[in-house]
Ligand binder design. Structure first.
Ligand SMILES: [Fe+2]
Length: 269
């Protein structure tokens, strides 16, 4: 089982650019093209939020167009820039987005694993939250199928990263409770997050948690406590998570862009 995790594409309406300059559609197109060259081909694609900017129908139609070349199942998770109703409306065939009338959390079988995707959206806010009902849903799902490893996903990381402004814009409710739930279930193999627009790993609640880069713009790596929120157009990318029987989940970072290689090194390195 090979899972590609794309995050924070921030697709705009056709012809619009993020911050007036970043062609997020072209950058998602680049990520999709790279994904299609991965061999063996990923079995599923998971997008960890901030799918489309603005909450209107047009960016979601554009997102759908950009994801259409992917032949494998694609699973969409909302972020703070998303709108639940518009997301559902743009993907009417996506039954997994209709497991709950109020939230876009879902659980699915992924071969040897289960995917448990949480909805941390708090409409109108950059911050995220997990209310009592979403926490109860998560706890109940973890009580089920106790023999299967779980890959959990959420847009807002429930941990701090040292990127001060993004930590301010984090999960403001439910993070401690989620950590307590996960700590009771050692079979949670990984927590996959978005929101940070750069790859970060941390041990959290007894499991390994990580954030994905954006397929578009990256948050600046500035660890000063008073650092302003800025972005860099560093090479974007996505994560590839491979389930290896007897080992567990092995995660790779794949930058997207034009890079030379493979180089003929004749066996030396
Ligand atoms: Fe984002």
């Amino acid at each position: 089982m090979l899972i590609a995790q794309l995050s924070d594409p921030h697709v705009m309406a056709p012809g619009q650019r993020a911050f007036g300059r970043i062609d997020t559609a072209a950058l998602l197109e680049q990520a999709v093209a790279r994904l299609l060259r991965v061999e063996p081909r990923p079995d599923v694609v998971l997008l960890t939020g901030d799918l489309a900017d603005g909450g209107a129908p047009a960016p979601y139609r554009e997102l759908r167009r950009l994801l259409a070349p992917l032949p494998m199942p694609v699973y969409l998770l909302p972020g703070n820039h998303d709108n639940r109703q518009e997301l559902r409306a743009a993907f009417p065939e996506a039954d997994y987005l209709r497991q709950d009338p109020d939230f876009l959390h879902f659980d699915l079988d992924l071969g040897a694993c289960r995917l448990l995707a949480l909805d941390s959206l708090l409409p109108g806010s950059i911050n995220g939250e997990l209310c009592e009902r979403r926490l109860a849903w998560t706890a109940a799902r973890l009580e089920e199928a106790p023999d299967k490893p779980v890959i959990m996903a959420i847009h807002h990381p429930p941990f701090t990263t040292g990127l001060a402004k993004m930590d301010d814009y984090g999960l403001t409710r439910g993070g401690t409770e989620l950590a307590a739930i996960v700590a009771r279930h050692p079979r949670v193999e990984r927590l996959l997050c978005g929101h940070l627009h750069r790859p970060i790993q941390v041990r959290w609640a007894g499991t390994l948690a990580m954030t994905a880069p954006s397929t578009a713009h990256q948050m600046s790596l500035d660890l000063r406590p008073d650092a302003p929120l800025t972005m860099h157009l560093e090479p974007p990318g996505f994560l590839l998570h491979q389930w290896i029987e007897g080992q567990g989940l092995v995660s790779h970072l794949l930058p997207t862009g034009a890079f030379e290689g493979p180089l003929p090194l004749g066996g030396a390195h």
